[in-house]
Design a protein around this ligand. Structure first.
Ligand code: PLP
Ligand code: COI
Length: 341
């Protein structure tokens, strides 16, 4: 039963309280029972490693109400695997795939009334997170970990939904270091991006398009999303060790190949933006958010990607095909959906 109090069509990307969340703790060398909680707070030690030394990793995935009324979670296994990699990257105990899976599925089922209706454009965002909870004063990994899955209904990440917005380039900030933590989804990377992100928002940009932190010559990614562009009819996207391996990007690369496009994952020099006819920020939250213009704030160069201010045909097609798979309107050829029954 849907919650009548929510206006699904105008829902922003924000936190809306739901009925419950799930928790599981790793203690004495093993994961414990999964607990269902109606509390929105946690009680942890004031010296927990998560609080002092940033031992925290998270994921983001979505559940959709399909054309047939069924609920589908998109790419559950891929997110479980990336969560494992992020946890290992910062020496946390990885959450076994079966626990990740069970907790995501149960969190969706128990909050079914918050899954937005088909056609609303909204979805149920699933946010799994793991934190180190052992008290430490020296810099060392925890022995105990808590894994939580919360869900909340969301609308579009960038203002206006599927509309062109602008991005900026600046060499004054890095999100991550060259041999650092960029390929993991850990809280510290986002803390490091807050100042640059807020600065960009104040100037009217959706996000910063970061350059590679070593040479600052190549495109990296867009704050909370990967970057893709269309050049001479080809799908191009940065290859970099300092970006998050986006599951949406990986899915779109497959969809692009299925559309007959050539896909290139490689270094993309900043100046190549001048030759791109379309571009988008791609990710779970961003989906495929079309790019209008990219301003290089350090030299005043403006890369106008969309000449008429509208999303281009290829990005539009990619967006539509991705949504059709997630909503059960098109065949799920690659087994990306987990149907909840
Ligand atoms: N890059 C960053 C930094 C992100 O936070 C996200 C969001 O998860 C992405 C890229 C996109 O990844 P995905 O498509 O797996 O959501
Ligand atoms: C996502 O797309 O799931 C993200 O985590 C990006 C952002 C909200 C941090």
């Amino acid at each position: 039963m849907n919650n009548a109090d929510i206006d699904w069509k105008t829902l922003p990307f924000g936190y809306v309280p739901t009925d419950c969340n799930l928790r599981c703790t790793y203690r004495d060398g093993k994961w414990g029972e999964i607990e269902v909680s109606t509390s929105t707070t946690i009680d942890i030690h004031i010296a927990a490693t998560a609080l002092h030394y940033g031992q925290e990793a998270f994921e983001g995935l979505k559940a959709f109400r399909g054309v047939d009324g069924k609920i589908r979670i998109f790419r559950l296994e891929a997110n479980a695997e990336r969560m494992r990699q992020s946890a290992e990257g910062i020496l946390m105990e990885p959450v076994p795939e079966h626990i990740f899976r069970e907790m995501c599925i149960r969190a969706v089922k128990l909050n079914e009334r918050f899954v937005p209706p088909y056609g609303s454009g909204a979805s149920l965002y699933i946010r799994p997170l793991e934190i180190g909870v052992t008290a430490r004063v020296g810099v060392k990994p925890a022995d105990e970990y808590t894994f939580i899955v919360l869900v909340t209904p969301v609308g579009p990440y960038f203002k206006g939904g599927f509309k062109c917005t602008n991005y900026c380039i600046t060499r004054k900030y890095d999100r991550v270091a060259p041999c650092g933590t960029g390929r993991w989804k850990i809280g510290g990377n986002y803390a490091a991006s807050l100042a640059a992100g807020e600065h960009a928002h104040e100037m009217g940009y959706s996000a910063v398009l970061y350059l590679d932190p070593k040479e600052k010559l190549y495109l990296d990614e867009c704050g909370p999303a990967n970057f893709i562009a269309i050049k001479d009819g080809k799908y191009i996207t940065p290859k970099s060790d300092s970006i998050l391996p986006s599951i949406t990007n990986r899915s779109l690369m497959q969809i692009a190949r299925d559309m007959g496009l050539e896909v290139e994952q490689r270094h993309i020099p900043v100046e190549e933006l001048a030759e791109c006819s379309e571009a988008a920020a791609v990710g779970t939250a961003a989906v495929a958010s079309p790019v209008g213009r990219i301003d290089d704030l350090d030299n005043g160069v403006q890369y106008v990607i969309s000449k008429d201010g509208k999303p281009g045909p290829i990005v539009t097609e990619l967006y539509n095909r991705l949504n059709a798979i997630r909503l059960g309107e098109a065949p799920d050829t690659y087994g990306w959906n987990t149907i909840i029954d």
